[in-house]
Design a protein around this ligand. Structure first.
Ligand code: ADP
Ligand code: MG
Length: 297
């Protein structure tokens, strides 16, 4: 799209030509972009400076976080390049052609337990890495989990799908200063995935990512989210109370007690008692690669 080409004198962006839109969020549109010289494809997050006015620090923060975690783990999107023009900021990522986990769950209805466990194990491994880097992601959800290739969606590649999943969107991430026992208090995230302590404003940190993993796992297993309510107020109350059930029964009858136990530990209301990423990886549901069976009734 020619109209998207920056008009400034900066020559760097002209090394890319943008194409179709891959996705969009509050401040950004993500477009496919081709590097003209090499013919290589990338995903270019285009952020309108005017829309971001007064919040430029958010993009600077996103870049700082990406510099810390990108390339350090195979399941985290890689920031390839960034630059700006008069009107826009551009973050250029390696292209994930496989789309969002969100769309894959919707297409399948839900995941088989064994495949869900493989995905969650991989994502948690990447979360553990992010946390070890001193970063809390704060916006983990299936829309921000991408797949590197389209092929991983094919049935015959089911056992390989997990290797392909990538954590994206560090727009709400924070670098934590551990020595100060720093806590965050601003309310942010996507309501259905937000931990109780975020709403309570009692201070939050890495445990919010584990809560989100609990919500994502629940979603993978049954095809809907645990705290979905008619209004945001009711949703928030349900989250604060930890009010969810493995119901209706017909969606959960094939899900093992071990899987349910994993979801429940991630959805521990008290963030101090919630498992860390490495503790969650030790849970029997993830620790053994053998499938878990539902007891015969
Ligand atoms: P926002 O902060 O606006 O949510 P994201 O970084 O999550 O921005 O990007 C928005 C959407 O763009 C994602 O949900 C995804 O569909 C798409 N997208 C982002 N990064 C990539 C990428 N590297 N490859 C392919 N698609 C991407
Ligand atoms: Mg996003």
């Amino acid at each position: 799209n020619k109209n998207d080409m920056p008009s400034s004198s900066s020559t760097v962006p002209c090394q890319y030509r943008t194409g179709k839109t891959l996705g969009s969020g509050t401040y950004a549109i993500v477009k496919e972009a081709i590097h003209i010289k090499t013919g290589k494809y990338y995903a270019c997050k285009v952020i309108n400076k005017k829309l971001m006015e007064g919040r430029e620090y958010m993009v600077r923060n996103e870049i700082a976080v990406l510099k810390r975690v990108s390339k350090g783990h195979p399941n985290i999107v890689t920031l390839h390049d960034y630059f700006e023009t008069t009107h826009n900021l551009y973050l250029c990522f390696d292209l994930c052609t496989g789309g969002e986990l969100f769309d894959r769950i919707c297409a399948k209805g839900n995941y088989y337990e064994h495949e869900a466990a493989n995905l969650v194990r991989t994502v948690l491994g990447a979360v553990q890495y992010i946390h070890d880097c001193g970063i809390v992601h704060r916006d983990l959800k299936p829309e921000n989990l991408l797949f590197r290739t389209k092929e991983s969606a094919n049935k015959e590649n089911a056992d390989k799908e997990a290797e392909d999943v990538m954590i994206a969107d560090f727009g709400l991430s924070r670098i934590m200063e551990e020595e100060k026992l720093q806590m965050l208090t601003e309310i942010c995230g996507t309501p259905g995935y937000m931990a109780p302590e975020i709403f309570k404003k009692t201070g939050h940190s890495k445990p919010v990512d584990i809560w989100a993993i609990g919500v994502i796992t629940y979603f993978l297993l049954c095809g809907y989210t645990p705290f979905d309510r008619d209004t945001q107020e009711l949703e928030m109350q349900a989250i604060i109370a930890g009010d969810y059930k493995f119901e209706p029964e017909e969606y959960w009858c094939n899900v093992s007690p071990t899987a349910r136990s994993f979801v429940s530990t991630c959805l521990t209301i008290d963030p101090v008692s919630r498992p860390t990423a490495s503790e969650a990886l030790q849970h029997p549901w993830l620790a053994s690669k053998e499938p878990h069976f539902v007891k015969d009734s």
